[in-house]
Design a protein around this ligand. Structure first.
Ligand SMILES: *Cc1c(COP(=O)(O)O)cnc(C)c1O
Length: 481
């Protein structure tokens, strides 16, 4: 029987030898791709349905070779990609990849451990706790976040967990832990009209009711107006609502505006509401002492999230989430069926109680590799280079009287537009993206169209930004003629 199985002519998966060969080739290919990815049109030109039609094939009854799969990657998948690692990618926010992080991902996949409980792989939990403490040092976060971090998939999931804990806390404080529906309590949540949509989505998911999220007005730069927050809270209180959650943004998505954390935190404390700070993108800038002014008031926060998978050289996905008192999170999210009871529960952290999924990958490895491989100096240099390039770009925009800044430049983001108005600015963006040479996205600021240029790729050099500006100027000429 053993003999028969081994001689089975049908191929199933790969042998270790085939894996070695394909794996070495793949590493070589990835290095060549990353070094050369500026040659590709940044934005994919695939039409809807095109990739699907290309890969369409009958379900394979017998295993196929790596060579066959790889051919399809090159011919069918590559044309359907937008090249996020291109030095000419200035859209959205970056999703940095780096060699040490890629190796961390690969190692995590190779080890294939599930770190849901400490006992499931002690190293997975202990390294994560340790690396997140390093992040507290690197970003000079408040000391109460030491020993209180957990890796989440995304900022969206982190903010949702913060809101869930805030909801439970508010219900308990009202002597009412029976849950939302039976409680007869109307909980309200607050964030600015410039906050990321994930906050509103969290309110929807948590069952607070979308009508109970208040969008606080922001100033001309896009920062939350604390006076308006206070007004909204007072009005809700007077109407019998219980304010439970205030989310401030350290670096809004549209214009990287910084909410005034200290003023907001003081209001949250008076309202006895959970104070969350979303620093998904800009949080990485805290690695540099000169940018730490944006964290003034973070010491008041109950929770904070930052995405090393955006600007800190760590492949997607990895959000770092910190909570003032992790017990509040654990009380909210722990549930203990018999099959997950573990002997050491009172001596160790079991991260499955710190987020929504049960199972979890060993993500800490890639962040550990990144921090060790770049060091504090390397991470600072990465951030500083982008901020310097963005500052220069903003200067060029100011010098050309066809253009104007649409918001004060902030760190590595510049929002700008054609003075000629929304339609020409929109046409400019379309043409730039169609050129394949650069990729930008847009937003609306005070109701007006704005192009966003976010510099965040480890490969973006001065020459790329110069070429981007030259292309923008040239294309603007075509748009207005
Ligand atoms: C990008 C971003 C998010 C969403 O991040 P995910 O990790 O994709 O959920 C949330 N908030 C801010 C401020 C962001 O910049």
């Amino acid at each position: 029987m053993q003999q028969a199985l081994q001689n089975d002519p049908a191929r199933h998966g790969m042998t270790a030898e085939e894996f070695r060969r394909a794996g070495h080739d793949l590493i070589d290919w990835i290095a060549a791709y990353l070094e050369g990815c500026e040659e590709y049109p940044v934005l994919s030109r695939a039409a809807p349905g095109e990739v699907r039609r290309g890969v369409e094939a009958p379900l394979p009854q017998r295993g196929e070779s790596w060579e066959a799969m790889w051919r399809d990657v090159e011919t069918l998948i590559m044309p359907g990609l937008t090249h996020w690692q291109s030095p000419n990618f200035y859209a959205y926010f970056p999703a940095n990849a780096s060699y040490p992080a890629i190796l961390g991902e690969l190692l995590s996949a190779g080890l294939g451990v599930n770190g849901m409980l400490w006992s499931c792989s002690p190293a997975a939990t202990e390294l994560e706790m340790f690396v997140l403490d390093w992040l507290v040092d690197l970003l000079a976060l408040p000391a109460h976040f030491k020993g209180a971090g957990v890796i989440q998939h995304t900022a969206s999931s982190a903010s949702l967990c913060a809101l869930l804990a805030a909801r439970e806390q508010a219900l308990e404080w009202r002597g009412n832990a029976v849950g939302l529906a039976g409680a007869g309590v109307r909980l309200t949540a607050y964030t600015s009209d410039q906050a990321h949509s994930s906050i509103e989505k969290a309110v929807m998911i948590a069952g607070l009711g979308r009508e109970n999220v208040r969008l606080v007005k922001s100033d001309d730069a896009g920062a939350m107006l604390p006076a308006h927050l206070e007004q909204l809270i007072d009005a809700d209180r007077a109407a019998g609502c219980t304010p439970c959650f205030i989310s401030a943004t350290m670096g809004t998505t549209s214009s990287l505006a910084m909410d005034p954390l200290r003023a907001i935190g003081a209001i949250a404390a008076r309202a006895r509401a959970w104070f969350h700070v979303d620093g998904a993108m800009a949080g990485t800038a805290l690695a540099c002492p000169e940018f730490r002014g944006i964290a003034d008031g973070l010491d008041l926060a109950d929770s904070f999230c930052v995405n090393p998978h955006k600007w800190m050289l760590t492949n997607f996905d990895l959000d770092a989430f910190f909570v003032r008192e992790p017990q509040r999170l654990v009380r909210t999210l722990s549930i203990l069926p018999e099959y997950l009871r573990a002997a050491q529960s009172d001596q160790v952290v079991n991260y499955r109680d710190w987020h929504i999924p049960l199972g979890r990958r060993f993500r800490a490895l890639k962040l550990w590799f990144v921090i060790r491989s770049y060091g504090v100096e390397g991470i600072r240099a990465h951030v500083r280079r982008h901020v310097a390039l963005a500052t220069r770009f903003a200067h060029w925009v100011n010098e050309d009287d066809r253009f104007e800044l649409a918001a004060p430049p902030s760190l590595n983001l510049v929002c700008f537009r054609l003075r000629a108005g929304d339609a020409p600015s929109e046409a400019l963006l379309r043409r730039l993206n169609e050129s394949g040479k650069i990729h930008l996205t847009h937003t609306k600021l005070q109701g007006r169209y704005a192009l966003r240029l976010c510099i965040g790729s480890p490969r973006t050099q001065e020459r790329h930004v110069e070429a981007a500006w030259a292309l923008i100027q040239r294309t603007a000429g075509e748009c207005s003629s």
